[in-house]
Design a protein around this ligand. Structure first.
Ligand SMILES: C=CC1=C(C)c2cc3[nH]c(cc4nc(cc5[nH]c(cc1n2)c(C)c5CCC(=O)O)C(CCC(=O)O)=C4C)c(C)c3C=C
Ligand code: FE2
Length: 496
C-alpha cells in the first residue's frame, strides 16, 4: 500500500513504501519524468539523505539500494515533467462561449438551458428538457439581447479566449514546451468542445491537459464541460486511449492570486484614499440547492479564493474591508446569498462612499462585467449613496496570469494518464475524467430548476400559457357542442 500525494510545488511522495513499491513508483516515474529529485526525510536515512538529479534508471537502483531492508520509509520526489517525450501535448481550454451576434442569442440560450447541469430535472422528466429549453430560451432572448446590444452586439468571449490560447502557446514555448497545441472548447457556442476534440484527434495529440477557464469549480460550469468531455471520449473508440489529466480548479495558485492582487492594487491607487475603499467581490451565483443538495464545492472554493486574495493584499500593505456577494441570479429559486444588488444597497445605506468591484468567478470580460457590473450595479451604487466607484478589469491575457496557467500545465503533465488524489490544496482531485466524475457528484441528484418554468400572475409566461389553455378550452367546447348537438351553456345549466 502506498499513497502518491500531490502538492502545489509538484512534489509527490510515497509513504510507507517497501523497496519494491518504491522501485515500482520509480519505474512509473521514468515514463513521465526526465529527472527526479529525491528528498529523503525519514530520520533513519539521514546519512543517506540525498537530493540529486539523475536519469530514472539511476534513481531506480538508488532507491532499491537505500530501502532494500526497511519497511517503513517516507520518501518525497520532486518531479519535473519529461516534456519532450511520450506523444504530442495538447491543452484544452474549456469555456462557456457566448453569442457572437444578436441572432445567436436565442440558439445560444437554447444550448445553455438544454444542458442537464444547468436545469437539473428528475430522471423521469428529462425527456422534457428540449421543450423546456426551447420555451425558456424564447422567453428570455429579448432581455438577454438587450444586454448584448448594450455591449456592442455580441459576446467578446470567443475573441478573448482565443487570445488567451495564443498567449498560452507562447508562454509554454518559452518554458520549453515547444510542440504543444492549445485548443478552445466552448460549452454553448462556437467553437464547440466537439469541434476541439475532433481537431485534437486530427492532430494526433497523445497527452492532453484539460484546463477549464473557471478558477473555481462548479457543477454548472467546469462540471458540465467535464461531463460532456467524458461522453465524447467514451463514445469514440480511438479517443479511449488518449491520455489526459484534468485541472479541476486553480483559484489557489499563487500566480493567479498575485496577478489578481496586482490588478486590484492598480485600481485602488486611483482612489483618493485607497485604504478606505470597500473591496466588493462579485461572483457569478449558482442556485443554493447546487451547493446544499448536489454538493457543489463552488461556494467553499469562492470563499477560500477571496481569503487568499485578501491575505496577499494585506502583505502588500492594504487594510481594506471586503464583502463577497453573488450576482446574475436567474429565475425564482433561491441562489447563493448575499445577492450583489442587496449588498450594494446595504453598503451604500451604511455610509460606504467608495467601492471597488472585483469580478471573481471568471477571467475574461463578458456580458456580466461589461453590462451588469459596469452599467446596472454602478448606477445602483450611485443611487445608494456611493460616490466613488471603480472596477477591477478581468485578467484576460495578463502576462503574469498566462505564465501561471503555463506553469499549471507543466505541473499537470506528469499526471497525464495517471490518477492522483486527493490533492492537498484543492477541494477536488486532479486526475482523469472518469475518476473525477466518480469522486464528485456521482449521484447527480436532481435539484430545483434555477429558471422560471411557470409563474403565477400577470407574467409573460403566464400570459402565453393562459392563452394556450384558453384556446384548448374553446376547442374542447366546440368539440363538445358538435358531438352532442347542444349548447355548452345549456348543458352546464342542465347539470345544475
Ligand atoms: C463561474 C461562472 C458562471 C456560473 C457559476 C454560471 C452559472 C449559471 N449561469 C446561468 C445562466 C446564464 N448564464 C449566462 C451567461 C453567462 N454565465 C457565465 C458564467 C457562469 N454561469 C458567463 C461568463 C456568461 C456570459 C457569457 C457571455 O456571453 O459573455 C446567461 C446568458 C446571459 C443572460 O441572459 O443573462 C444565462 C441565462 C445559470 C442558470 C447558472 C447556474 C445554474
Ligand atoms: Fe451563467
Amino acid at each position: 500500500m502506498f499513497l502518491v500525494r500531490n502538492t502545489p510545488s509538484c512534489v509527490s511522495s510515497v509513504v510507507g513504501a517497501h523497496s519494491e513499491v518504491a522501485a515500482t513508483f520509480a519505474a512509473s516515474c521514468s515514463n513521465r519524468c526526465e529527472d527526479i529529485r529525491i528528498n529523503q526525510r525519514f530520520p533513519k536515512f539521514l546519512p543517506h539523505a540525498a537530493q540529486f538529479t539523475s536519469s530514472s534508471n539511476r534513481i531506480f537502483s538508488r532507491i532499491k539500494a537505500i530501502v532494500s531492508d526497511l519497511d517503513d520509509i517516507e520518501l518525497s520526489y520532486s518531479l519535473r515533467p519529461n516534456v519532450q517525450s511520450a506523444g504530442k501535448v495538447g491543452v484544452l481550454l474549456l469555456n462557456l462561449g457566448g453569442p457572437d451576434k444578436i441572432e445567436d442569442v436565442q440558439p445560444f440560450l437554447y444550448n445553455l438551458f438544454a444542458d442537464p447541469d444547468i436545469i437539473r430535472l428528475p430522471p423521469n422528466a428529462r425527456f422534457l428538457q428540449p421543450l423546456i429549453a426551447k420555451s425558456i430560451s424564447i422567453l428570455r432572448a429579448p432581455k438577454s439581447a438587450e444586454g448584448y446590444k448594450a455591449i456592442g452586439g455580441g459576446s467578446p468571449l470567443r475573441r478573448i479566449t482565443e487570445d488567451q490560447a495564443f498567449a498560452l502557446t507562447n508562454a509554454l514555448r518559452k518554458k520549453g514546451l515547444a510542440d504543444a497545441s492549445v485548443y478552445v472548447g466552448m460549452r454553448y457556442w462556437h467553437p464547440y468542445t466537439e469541434e476541439a476534440i475532433q481537431q485534437i484527434k486530427n492532430d494526433g495529440v497523445g497527452r492532453l491537459v484539460i484546463l477549464p477557464l473557471y478558477p473555481q469549480f462548479s457543477i454548472s460550469t467546469s462540471g458540465s464541460s467535464f461531463r460532456l468531455l467524458e461522453s465524447l471520449l467514451k463514445s469514440d473508440s480511438s479517443l479511449r486511449t488518449l491520455k489526459h489529466t484534468v485541472i479541476p480548479s486553480w483559484y489557489q495558485r499563487k500566480g493567479y492570486v498575485s496577478a489578481m492582487v496586482d490588478l486590484m492594487v492598480a485600481e485602488l491607487q486611483k482612489f483618493r484614499e485607497p485604504n478606505g475603499v470597500e473591496i466588493f467581490f462579485s461572483a457569478h451565483g449558482v442556485p443554493k440547492s447546487y451547493v446544499e443538495e448536489a454538493g457543489d464545492p463552488y461556494k467553499e472554493e469562492m470563499e477560500e479564493c477571496v481569503q487568499l486574495i485578501m491575505s496577499e493584499l494585506t502583505t502588500r500593505g492594504f487594510t481594506n474591508h471586503h464583502t463577497l456577494a453573488y450576482q446574475s441570479r436567474v429565475g425564482p429559486v433561491e441562489w447563493l446569498k448575499p445577492y450583489t444588488d442587496d449588498s450594494i444597497r446595504e453598503l451604500g445605506g451604511s455610509g460606504v462612499k467608495s467601492l471597488l468591484a472585483v469580478p471573481i468567478s471568471f477571467v475574461s470580460e463578458h456580458i456580466e462585467t461589461l453590462e451588469e457590473i459596469d452599467m446596472e450595479y454602478r448606477e445602483l451604487a450611485i443611487e445608494s449613496g456611493i460616490t466613488q466607484w471603480g472596477r477591477v478589469p478581468a485578467l484576460n491575457t495578463n502576462q503574469a496570469f498566462i505564465d501561471d496557467l503555463a506553469d499549471a500545465v507543466l505541473e499537470a503533465l506528469p499526471y497525464v494518464g495517471q490518477m492522483v488524489g486527493p490533492a492537498e490544496n484543492s477541494l477536488v482531485p486532479i486526475g482523469d475524467l472518469d475518476s473525477l466524475m466518480e469522486a464528485f457528484d456521482r449521484e447527480r441528484r436532481a435539484v430545483p430548476s434555477p429558471v422560471d418554468m411557470w409563474q403565477w400572475g400577470w407574467t409573460k409566461s403566464a400570459e402565453m400559457w393562459n392563452g394556450r389553455l384558453a384556446m384548448l378550452g374553446i376547442l374542447a367546447i366546440v368539440a363538445l357542442e358538435l358531438s352532442t348537438g347542444q349548447s355548452i351553456l345549456k348543458q352546464i345549466l342542465e347539470l345544475d
